[in-house]
Design a protein around this ligand. Structure first.
Ligand code: SAH
Length: 423
């Protein structure tokens, strides 16, 4: 460890879960209980300065200043939707931007967290997929989104509680939240639920995601009950098995089709882990624990996967799996090949499932005006695949315009697909 503490060699304490902090303090020949003390300062109280950690000796605080730091991604922009949803763009090491979304409702506030820069998978209805993939996020970058969102919500609402949505259209915020004069009931202004449903496939960044989720669950951290932390996966079967042993969070599965033929197209990872294998893994995830129920996510794509016939197939394949079903009206993005199912088609689909005894919910679309809804998160990914390039060529052809230059320098601005959705 470098006692001179040049910035690059400092240990970022946001990167460490409880065990990591214990090991760190042992390496400084400090007592392991320091780990919980510091974890509480960082995550429960949102402190970023060691000098504020008043139950540590002055000598230890000085030492921490030299050898470590608390460094989250940098918020570059904040958007506020007319429905109160907020989206933060955050810059991570290497220059890419990731997105984090806060969705306030009357009695809960859900934070949607990203796990990767872009996504390596290629679900055909998801705009993150069009951005290609750069890298996995670190623990600091995953839990850093929660840490920053928490601080930002506290700052926005300090002295102005309860916080309400603005009666305007999407805005880019540079200052604090203005007051809302409407009579609508107050919306939650703190994080009560976290969903790993932002950019990326969380089970392909397994170790970092599991550590970050342990901090979300930790009593001295964000202290969220297990049912209020949800990991959504497209179905990385071996890691569903591992997750059952390593974590107790809720699981959501991006199912989207009731047969392999259709799922191979919509969620191509299905070719590797087909439905029979996937649903077996889900049953094992639940095991004997009767209280755990998996949420099956099903995006409603007009004329593609939304017929009554397919709803009946869904009933059949889910018969012996303890699930609830969440129907997600498709959120369009520029260049998408799909359209949203009509509301009456979604209702008919739901009724088939209801009649078969399933609990079914229809997800309310939030933050559409700031491209913050499910599947609209794109950030600005310095792509290491050719997917972003291919997608840009595709939409350029469609719009009959020249594609933008495709070779991007490290710090060059990338075209933003997300904001196009506002037009
Ligand atoms: N990679 C993970 C988590 C990210 S997406 C997963 O696949 O589960 C979170 C949810 O939004 C998934 O169910 C995903 O399939 C869904 N989704 C993606 N694009 C969408 C879109 N355009 N409209 C509606 N839902 C979408």
């Amino acid at each position: 460890m470098n006692e001179e503490g040049s910035s690059n060699s400092k240990v970022n304490l946001l990167d460490l879960d409880e065990q990591g902090l214990i090991d760190f303090f042992l390496s400084l020949e400090e007592k392991p209980f320091r780990a919980r003390q510091v974890l509480k300062w960082i995550h429960k109280f949102g402190v970023s300065q060691f000098d504020a950690m008043t139950d540590l000796s002055k000598a230890l605080r000085n030492r921490l200043n030299l050898v470590c730091e608390i460094k989250a991604p940098e918020i570059t922009e904040t958007f506020l939707s007319s429905d109160g949803t907020r989206k933060w763009l955050m810059r991570v090491e290497g220059g890419s931007l990731i997105e984090t979304v806060f969705i306030p409702e009357e009695n809960r506030g859900t934070l949607c967290v990203s796990s990767q820069v872009g996504c390596a998978l290629n679900c055909t209805f998801c705009s993150t997929a069009t951005q290609g993939f750069n890298r996995n996020l670190t623990v600091a970058e995953i839990i850093g989104q929660v840490w920053l969102a928490n601080k930002s919500l506290q700052e926005d609402c300090r002295g102005r509680s309860p916080c309400r949505p603005m009666p305007t259209n999407a805005l880019s915020l540079s200052g604090p939240m203005p007051k809302n004069e409407s009579n609508s009931p107050p919306l939650a202004n703190r994080i009560t639920n976290i969903v790993m449903m932002g950019m990326g496939e969380p089970l392909l960044n397994y170790d970092a995601v599991v550590k970050a989720m342990s901090l979300m669950r930790h009593d001295e951290g964000y202290a969220l009950p297990r049912r209020r932390v949800t990991l959504s996966t497209s179905g990385v079967v071996p890691n569903i098995e591992r997750l059952a042993a390593d974590s107790d969070v809720s699981l959501a599965l991006s199912l989207h089709a009731p047969n392999d033929e259709l799922r191979n197209i919509l969620v191509p990872i299905n070719k590797k882990y087909p439905l029979a294998v996937l649903l077996d893994a889900c049953k094992r995830y639940i095991g004997d624990n009767k209280r755990r129920r998996i949420t099956m996510e099903y995006v409603m794509l007009r004329g593609i996967n939304d017929t009554v016939e397919l709803a009946k197939q869904l009933v059949k394949i889910l018969k012996n799996v303890p699930v609830k079903v969440n129907l997600i009206p498709f959120n369009p993005f520029p260049g998408a090949d799909y359209q949203r199912s009509h509301p009456e088609v979604i209702s008919a689909f739901r009724d088939v499932l209801h009649q078969a005894g399933f609990v079914v919910t229809i997800r309310k679309t939030r933050g559409g005006d700031i491209a913050a809804a499910c599947g609209q998160l794109v950030g600005r990914v310095l792509d290491k695949t050719r997917r972003q390039e291919r997608f840009m060529v595709k939409i350029s052809k469609r719009l009959d315009v020249k594609p933008k230059p495709l070779e991007l320098e490290k710090n060059e601005e990338l075209p933003c697909f997300g904001k196009c959705a506002e037009a």
